[in-house]
Write a new protein. Structure first.
Length: 218
């Protein structure tokens, strides 16, 4: 009888050890799903801010950044990354306004590095609010990474997807291609989390371009 009780307790203990990681993974998964839905559904937050921050990776993102500047939402534009020669081309293509200032960021190689370098510039210039611009499907990962860097700072991050307009909200579920982009971002977020832990362990960004590894690609 005692042996039977021991076996029962041992079986329950094994079951508990088996269920705990499953419950944890399920919790993380559903938390990520909820966050993605939130970030995707609130990605057209037009408002004035100290700076427009563009996470590079597509012409539409850069065009949207210039559009916000042209419409008077801010007087500072940061495109991460963009060299001065590229900014001259963008000025000529999208229209240069004398009432705004470029702030240079030329080093970022991944979305995580976008967040790192943008954080440093925000702190350097004492900004208290920014308009974050990127593709709508790229917004959850970009927003989470930048928000993590600025946690407890009180700095407001407003989100404007590159396919937003002032009177139209994009439907991120509308086409199979967009849904695939969102799915890819869902997976690639964990690559960015890996970058973050490497950064915490080493205290610096790696010399090797991690975008060469598929898991870290934008």
């Amino acid at each position: 009888m005692k042996d039977d009780n021991k076996d029962q307790r041992g079986g329950k203990r094994k079951l508990r050890y088996f269920l705990i990681p499953i419950v944890f993974v399920a919790f993380v998964f559903f938390a990520q799903v909820i966050f993605f839905i939130y970030a995707l559904s609130e990605s057209c937050q037009y408002t004035n801010a100290d700076a427009v921050v563009v996470f590079g990776g597509g012409a539409g993102r850069i065009e949207k950044g210039y559009e916000l500047i042209s419409n008077g939402y801010s007087k500072h534009l940061i495109i991460s990354p963009a060299k001065p020669v590229s900014l001259v081309k963008y000025d000529n293509k999208y229209g240069w306004k004398k009432n705004f200032k470029h702030i240079y960021e030329t080093k970022a190689r991944t979305t995580f590095e976008n967040a790192i370098y943008i954080k440093r510039l925000i702190e350097k210039h004492h900004f208290t609010s920014v308009l974050l611009v990127t593709s709508t499907w790229h917004m959850p990962r970009s927003y989470l990474l930048l928000k993590t860097q600025l946690f407890f700072s009180g700095i407001q991050i407003y989100r404007v997807g590159s396919d937003c307009s002032s009177n139209l909200r994009p439907s991120w579920w509308a086409t199979p291609q967009i849904r695939k982009f969102v799915y890819d971002e869902f997976i690639q977020l964990w690559g960015s989390v890996g970058e973050y832990f490497i950064y915490l362990l080493n205290g610096k960004l790696p010399e090797k371009n991690l975008k060469e590894m598929a898991v870290f690609k934008r």
